[in-house]
Design a protein around this ligand. Sequence first.
Ligand code: FES
Length: 66
Amino acid sequence: MYVCICNALRDRDLAQAASHPDATSAAKVFQRCAARPKCGRCIPDVTEIISSVQISRDDTLNEAAE
Ligand code: FES
């Protein structure tokens, strides 16, 4: 599904970029996608994807530690 229409970025593109440990903000995720926000309508969705990926990563780390 396309999340960022301006840059033709899909949810999976953004989730992959957000999975990098340095991708802690929408700006950094866009940077990893070699794109820049234009209209900004997708920023809340990008932020949500970052949170989702971080929660998933934290859960995986917690499971590994148990
Ligand atoms: S929809 Fe992402 S910058 Fe416009």
